[in-house]
Design a protein around this ligand. Structure first.
Ligand code: GLU
Length: 509
């Protein structure tokens, strides 16, 4: 049998310490922030150690796993840029990579343990188990687990009952002298579990499906996983899993249980705190690089202070000894700051191509495909003023909209009230119009525009704030537009003058 042969000691790849790690999501929902961080750590650990990163779909819960969720997870992994070396779509020598395609391997492995006397059938009904537990509680027995009722049933007798159709589960036979189980955890250090708490747990249910603790270990052993990096909600499963490794005769991998992610209120991060799925962040316009950077810092740090850790640095420098055992707090403001930092690090051209133009196209301000309304220089100039004002990509749309409204710019009511409706505003607009009319088309650049307007407030005996407020609203429709000189340069001479003339008719005398 192909499967169980691989399980024998000595044929498993862990022996040569080539790092093999896996991310094993259950497709019972979308990929969430916590799962994404686990995936990132596994990926980065594999890359930093020139190892192999495996994606495995843990879909043994048929009632909650769906193909749709699997596809959503694969898409999210691709968006995150976490390329896997083995797994769905790419294949590999240790497949299949979906647990539902591996059922025969679990059956074979369980059969082998049964044949070797390391597992046994249990015929206890749920009622009997509940009664045993209640009795153990009543007599204050420190051992409250399964009472090993069927452990010593004669094999011939067991066979007779099975042949007669009696339902049974398969339990692992934990050696009575096993002693405490110590998990050597790369994050938490040695964690000791009292052997008294380990009962002969179920590895196969009566419906013929394997339990998580069994299937996972069979997979991890057969796939030669050297390091199991996962959420610390699984730490309590680990002693049981170690029992399975020992029964299979497979080397126990190194474990690294990473801490929980908390919301700002100190409770486990959940829907209540807002967006939790990777998709939601993608759709909100975060950059994949920035998102990965931020999640990586939730529990790991390069040197305790660096906040910008690009993907290639992460893939080179990630190590488990810099993973904290304390829970981390998801802070959307920090994510925003990192996203912004990634924009600022882009050239105007890059920002234009990756952020600005796609958003303008998506918003219908530019044609969905084909030629753009302006030349590269125009978008580069616009990028230079929008880049520092962009937290997430869609922010550019509202800030650029005034450039796409022709001569009849939409006037923001509040801005008009505060600026153009104030006494004297018409005179300011007129003065600006005259000064700008004197500038030819060739001189229509931000610097020249600023220079032409600069001296006017003093000449008119008015504050800069009032003067430029009126001109800004007249030309851009809004008092919170980007810097004026560049805005007018982008609008062009004809459009700017047309808007100013229109505003003269509206502004208060
Ligand atoms: N499918 C399990 C989960 O999503 C995997 C746990 C593990 O990594 O062992 O929690």
């Amino acid at each position: 049998m192909h499967g169980s042969k691989r399980l024998t000691r000595g044929t498993i790849l862990t022996d040569n310490r080539h790092v093999r790690v896996r991310f094993a999501p259950s497709p019972t929902g979308k990929l969430h922030v916590g799962g994404a961080r686990t995936a990132i750590y596994n990926w980065a650990f594999a890359r930093a150690n020139h190892g192999t990163f495996i994606l495995r779909i843990d879909d043994t819960d048929p009632t909650r796993s769906t193909e749709e969720n699997t596809q959503i997870i694969l898409r999210a992994m691709r968006w995150l840029g976490l390329d896997w070396d083995e797994g769905p779509e790419v294949g590999g020598d240790f497949g299949p990579y979906r647990q539902t395609d591996r059922m025969q391997l679990y059956r074979d492995a369980a059969q082998r343990l049964w044949d070797e006397g390391k597992a046994y059938p249990c015929f206890c009904t749920p009622e009997k188990l509940a009664a045993d537990k209640a009795a153990a509680e009543a007599r204050h027995d420190p051992f409250q687990g399964y009472q090993r009722t069927c452990r010593d049933i004669d094999p011939a007798e067991a066979k007779r009952r099975i042949d007669a159709g009696e339902p049974y589960t398969l339990r692992i036979k934990v050696p009575l002298d096993r002693g405490d189980v110590v998990v050597h955890d790369a994050v938490h250090g040695d964690v000791t579990f009292n052997a008294r708490e380990l009962d002969d747990f179920i590895i196969f249910r009566s419906d013929g499906t394997p339990t998580y603790n069994f299937a996972t270990v069979v997979d991890d052993a057969m796939m030669g996983i050297t390091h199991v990096i996962r959420g610390d909600d699984h730490l309590s499963n680990t002693p049981r899993q170690i029992m399975v490794y020992e029964a299979l005769g497979a080397p126990v991998p190194t474990f690294a249980h990473i801490s929980m992610i908390l919301g700002p209120d100190g409770k486990k991060l959940s829907k209540r705190h807002g967006a939790t799925s990777v998709e939601e962040y993608r759709d909100a316009g975060y950059l994949s690089d920035a998102f990965v950077n931020y999640l990586a810092l939730l529990g790991w740090s390069l040197d305790g202070e660096t906040t910008i850790v690009p993907r290639d640095v992460l893939a080179r420098e990630f190590s488990l000894d810099h993973v904290s055992k304390n829970p981390s707090t998801f802070d959307p403001k920090k994510l925003d700051a990192i996203n912004q930092a990634y924009y600022l690090a882009m050239s105007d051209r890059e920002f234009s191509e990756r952020v600005l133009v796609p958003e303008l196209r998506a918003a219908g301000l530019e044609p969905a495909e084909g030629d753009l309304a302006h030349d590269d220089a125009w978008y580069d100039l616009l990028s230079s003023i929008l880049k520092p004002r962009t937290v997430v990509a869609p922010d550019v749309v509202e800030k650029a909209r005034f450039l796409y409204q022709g001569n009849e710019v939409e006037l923001d009511e509040k801005s008009v009230e505060k600026n153009l409706a104030k006494a004297g505003a018409r005179g300011f607009v007129t003065a600006a119009t005259e000064a700008l009319e004197a500038l030819g088309d060739d001189a229509w650049h931000a610097d020249a525009i600023n220079a032409a307007l600069e001296a006017l407030p003093e000449k008119l005996g008015v504050s800069k704030r009032k003067f430029f407020g009126a001109v800004r609203v007249a030309a851009c429709g809004n008092q919170v537009s980007p810097p004026l000189g560049e805005s007018l340069e982008l609008l062009g001479r004809d459009c700017t003058l047309a808007r100013l003339r229109r505003a003269e008719g509206i502004a208060a005398e």
